[in-house]
Design a protein around this ligand. Structure first.
Ligand code: SF4
Length: 552
């Protein structure tokens, strides 16, 4: 029962409705109107069920970019938001805490807002609709369309295919959306961006991107501390692992708590979700949460390697924005404002492309020049070596970070080289000095209130996945998983996935085989990034699948 493939024509297509695309589209429309070019059509497609379903961040939001678009943002944006009133940083050991006497300048947040990115994205989504920009949720882009090696749009994913690849009664082939400029704002490790970067060599001569995973929950707590921001270092992570915890106090007695772990850790048994549970059990955090109730859970990856790991951000017919292009101030743990600015810079570039009627790289490369002369570049330059400073662990990193702050990001070297995160993961025998059983978390007990297992947490991500659809995690070679990886790394996918998608199931034959639970997936892309053999490819499931985050 095949149907004909529909073709839609737009002038500019944004892929992914994060802050970069939404602000980019709004800025573009405003600039087009100012130039008398109202006839140019803009569309945004988003894989989530609603525009904000997959939006997740800390979040402490710097309103610098949005105020350029909406100078009255602070008054017109009516979502719950609290101005930061207090910052603190703690160093934790397993039972104790040490408060920093002074909050390091990069972690001072006065002038920013504590808010939920979801609410902000929902608000921006309304603005987009009010502006008459076409916004299509539940539309996952599956592949880029090319003509003569020039990107000319995307093909969305087919709907109504069963788990064996057969067409169901509701089968609809994906739509070809053709555009003069396609802007990829897919978030970290974008599916289309990954293929484009590879095909066009956009990472050549640049450092590899290194990511972190952020695992977070939102709690209702019986106290109102809206506007307080806390960061933690040390426990539960060992001193060789990059990362730390955060607690952001939102309005309405909501507390955002999370742990960030660099996806260049060494220990193959490390489990970011379990480390997060250990963080919540620390006396400092327990006291805050113990009379509260967890209401929401989610995880996402963050591009952390900074300026020198950004790919070439343009190609014929295409631009990369936001997390997809690596816009992130790692030193300040902030990316939303930079993502927005990237969308605005892309918009300026696109306006000029329409003026010249040239959508090739010859014109679109202006996007990088605009970035280089913007405050976003200057901000990222300050933190250009920050993640790399963690290569030798926490103590050298603290020293190096201080030096970088004093030297405008230089530290010991203008440009510090580093390897892709998955290449640092050690084999069990190398890390522990001998073959070892996986017992790292055998003493971890989930009390089902303060600490919970992954399946319970996923329940609070409000996931929706039709089980009868093709698996969206493509494993290139199960033999490697079931044999070589079991011996060498102990199947670390079971640990780095924060949603219990990967399990080793013991079979009657006496062997364990990899089993997937794709409907648990919260679309964080960690498996695509951290798999030591790089044989996992995440592709979008049917439109509307995945988490339906709340207040994240
Ligand atoms: Fe994240 Fe991959 Fe697990 Fe999905 S399967 S939640 S993308 S690690």
């Amino acid at each position: 029962m095949s149907s004909t493939r529909e073709v839609l024509e737009v002038d500019v297509l944004f892929v992914g409705a994060g802050p970069a695309s939404l602000v980019g589209a709004l800025s573009l429309q405003k600039q087009l109107a100012a130039n008398g070019m109202d006839n140019i059509s803009i569309a945004i497609i988003e894989k989530g069920r609603e525009v904000h379903s997959h939006a997740l961040s800390g979040a402490v939001f710097i309103p610098r970019a949005i105020r350029e678009l909406y100078p009255d943002f602070d008054t017109i944006c009516n979502i719950p938001k609290a101005e930061v009133t207090k910052d603190s940083v703690y160093f934790l050991t397993e039972k104790a805490k040490l408060k920093f006497p002074i909050t390091p300048p990069p972690l001072q947040n006065h002038g920013s807002y504590v808010l939920s990115l979801q609410n902000l994205v929902a608000w921006l989504g309304q603005k987009v609709e009010e502006a008459g920009i076409n916004l299509f949720p539940s539309f996952p882009a599956a592949e880029l369309l090319y003509e003569n090696d020039h990107v000319v749009g995307v093909r969305t994913r087919d709907q109504g295919i069963d788990k064996d690849g057969k067409e169901k009664a509701n089968y609809q082939p994906g739509v070809d959306i053709r555009a003069k400029v396609t802007v990829l704002g897919e978030g970290p490790r974008g599916t289309l961006a990954k293929t484009l970067i590879e095909k066009k060599g956009l990472q050549n001569g640049r450092s590899p991107q290194v990511y972190a995973i952020g695992v977070k929950e939102v709690w209702e707590a019986p106290h109102n501390r809206a506007g307080e921001v806390m960061h933690t270092m040390g426990f539960p992570l060992d001193t060789r692992t990059m990362g730390g915890g955060f607690l952001y106090f939102m309005p309405d007695n909501l507390v955002s708590i999370g742990l960030i772990v660099g996806l260049d850790y060494l220990d193959p048994f490390l489990d970011p979700h379990h480390e997060f549970q250990r963080l919540k059990a620390h006396p400092l955090i327990r006291e805050i949460l113990q009379h509260g109730k967890m209401v929401s859970y989610g995880a996402k990856t963050i591009p952390e390697a900074g300026l020198y790991a950004m790919p070439q951000m343009y190609s014929d017919g295409c631009l990369l924005i936001g997390d997809t292009a690596g816009f992130q101030n790692v030193m300040k743990l902030k990316g939303i404002h930079l993502a927005m600015k990237s969308g605005m810079l892309a918009a300026e570039t696109i306006v000029n492309a329409f003026k010249k009627n040239d959508f090739s790289a010859t014109t679109l490369h202006e996007y990088e020049s605009r970035f280089k002369t913007s405050w976003a570049h200057e901000e990222m330059r300050q933190g250009r070596n920050f993640h790399q400073a963690w290569e030798h662990g926490l103590i050298p990193a603290l020293f190096n970070a201080g030096l970088q702050f004093l030297t405008g990001g230089w530290g010991f070297k203008e440009r510090k080289h580093f390897a892709a995160g998955h290449t640092r993961l050690r084999k069990i025998a190398d890390h522990y000095g001998e073959p070892k059983r996986d017992e790292k978390y055998s003493s971890l007990v989930f009390d089902r209130h303060l600490t919970v297992d992954k399946v319970t947490d996923v329940f609070n991500a409000y996931n929706l996945h039709d089980e009868n659809q093709p698996v969206h995690l493509l494993i290139a070679d199960y033999d490697i998983c079931n044999n070589r990886c079991t011996v060498e790394y102990g199947n670390p996918c079971r640990h780095f996935c924060p949603a219990n998608v990967y399990e080793m199931v013991h079979e009657a034959s006496g062997k364990s085989q990899l089993h997937l639970n794709p409907s648990n997936c919260v679309h964080c892309k960690t498996c695509d990034i951290m798999d030591p053999y790089q044989i996992i490819t995440w592709v979008p499931p049917e439109g509307g699948s995945g988490p339906n985050y709340r207040n994240l």
